[in-house]
Ligand binder design. Structure first.
Ligand code: GDP
Length: 447
């Protein structure tokens, strides 16, 4: 799908040694060719830099280096031109405006990568990895994003799809040709061990992908507990700056306060919530509702207790509602007295920042953070991709159940199809336009 040419500045706004102006689209090279009268832009050696001048109406715009890439061998799969101009703000703008005056549109954020995806140069996993490389703040994140950009993960997903498709087509043949020899029939008992083994593989991939996601995007951590137990103090102690409002009036942390802290290179995305308790106060109630929601969304719950007082009913109820979410019990205010909660807590004082290292060790242990550093990164790494893999897993599980209950084979085929569809959405072989649009608009301009 070759589209109308677009252009954008691909380097950050500001003064620098050079700026890069990128152009891509149908006939992009010939459309801007006349701006380089000293060379023949369509004929210069492709993928090779050429020193020349950018001239418009006999007026020198800038001394530049220029490269051409011919479709389909370019980042976008279209004809592309990259101009390396001097890196001033005004001069870069001048070059861009000169290009736009050729009837070329200004690109939207991420539009070059979007075109690369639409032209099948990369799939959605790779496109998201491009963004992750740009956003990466540490080396582990870069390693994961680079693994995503290499097509190994995409190949694994394609292999999964082929496995499922082979069952689907086999079933279809059986339906279309019922007279087939009985040993060639796909029966429930034929499918059952195959789906079972496959589910095991997908499950392992989900676990490994979640680890990747933790490294790339951190662990969403909710700090919960009754008002006044020291949640905000703990957040501040962990992030070592006064971001949360610390107060001794119960229920004053009404909104959600956030902070980041790194434990052995893993980012904890901390969310301090309002005290969770039954309340008649409407403003506080909004905060409480939010807190419960945050608890649901969190991947880790740090449950703070004032260890100098016994557990009350609210706390008991809350503890029960945690279900099987990973959580850590923190007994705060150790400086004021002994543990009265009757629970095995990590004893700390948020106010004095004592024993926070024990809390960090516990987080380390829960998520096996030390071993994450040496893990195989060839798995998925973001929530969108992982939730689709989980969706696929659920459909496969349903299909497996159906083989056990001897459900008709054509019904099982429907679940297999749904499982296959979910995998297609991961790579973007099938996609929803709005999702793709949303995703690429989060990219930076010129990418
Ligand atoms: P939150 O409502 O759970 O967020 O609690 P805050 O962090 O606002 O703390 C409530 C009160 O307890 C404040 O006066 C804090 O100074 C105090 N506090 C918090 N942690 C400790 C601690 O470890 N020791 C003592 N003595 N006081 C603390």
């Amino acid at each position: 799908m070759i589209q109308k040419p677009i252009a954008a500045i691909a380097t950050p706004y500001g003064k620098g040694a050079i700026s890069i102006i990128r152009i891509s689209g149908e006939n992009a090279i010939s459309i801007v060719g006349h701006l380089f009268p000293k060379i023949s832009l369509t004929k210069i050696k492709k993928n090779t830099m050429k020193h020349t001048q950018l001239i418009e109406n006999n007026q020198l715009i800038d001394d530049v280096m220029v490269v051409t890439y011919h479709a389909p061998k370019s980042y976008t799969g279209e004809d592309m031109v990259e101009i390396f101009s001097h890196g001033g703000i005004r001069i870069t703008q001048n070059v861009l405006q000169t290009i736009l005056r050729c009837g070329i549109d200004l690109a939207k954020p991420g539009e070059f990568t979007e075109r690369a995806y639409l032209n099948k140069k990369i799939d959605l996993i790779q496109a998201e990895s491009v963004m992750d490389i740009i956003e990466a703040e540490n080396d582990l994140q870069i390693q994961i994003a680079q693994a995503g950009l290499q097509s190994k993960i995409s190949k694994t997903i394609q292999e999964y799809k082929q496995t499922i498709m082979s069952w689907i087509t086999h079933i279809e043949v059986n339906i279309d040709y019922p007279e087939y020899e009985s040993e060639n029939q796909v029966t429930q008992s034929f499918l059952k061990p195959k789906i079972q083994a496959f589910l095991e593989e997908v499950k392992n991939a989900i676990v490994a992908s979640k680890r990747n996601n933790i490294i790339s995007h951190g662990i969403k951590t909710a700090i919960i507990g009754k008002p006044n137990v020291g949640k905000s103090s703990l957040l501040n102690a962990l992030i070592k700056e006064d971001k949360a409002i610390v107060t001794d009036i119960p229920g004053t942390t009404r909104d959600i306060v956030e902070g980041y802290v790194h434990v052995n290179g893993i980012k904890l995305h901390l969310i301090d919530t309002a005290g969770i308790r039954d309340s008649e106060d409407t403003i506080e109630r909004i905060g409480i509702d939010k807190s419960k929601k945050m608890m649901d969304q969190a991947e880790l719950v740090i449950f703070v207790l004032d260890q100098t007082t016994p557990l009350d009913q609210d706390e008991t109820t809350l503890l029960q509602s945690l279900n099987n979410k990973p959580y850590i019990l923190v007994g705060n205010k150790e400086d004021l007295g002994k543990n009265q909660t009757g629970l095995d807590v990590i004893s700390i004082s948020a106010k004095n920042s004592t024993h926070l290292d024990e809390l960090e060790s516990k987080i380390n242990e829960l998520f096996d953070i030390s071993s994450i550093q040496t893990t195989d990164f060839n798995y998925l790494s973001n929530e969108r991709q992982i939730s689709l893999l989980e969706k696929s897993y659920e459909h496969l599980e349903k299909a497996l159940q159906s083989t056990i209950t001897e459900t008709p084979i054509d019904m099982i085929q429907l679940d297999l199809r749904d499982a296959w569809e979910a995998l297609s959405e991961i790579t973007g072989d099938t996609y929803h336009e709005s999702l793709v649009d949303d995703m690429f608009r989060r990219f930076c301009l010129g990418k």
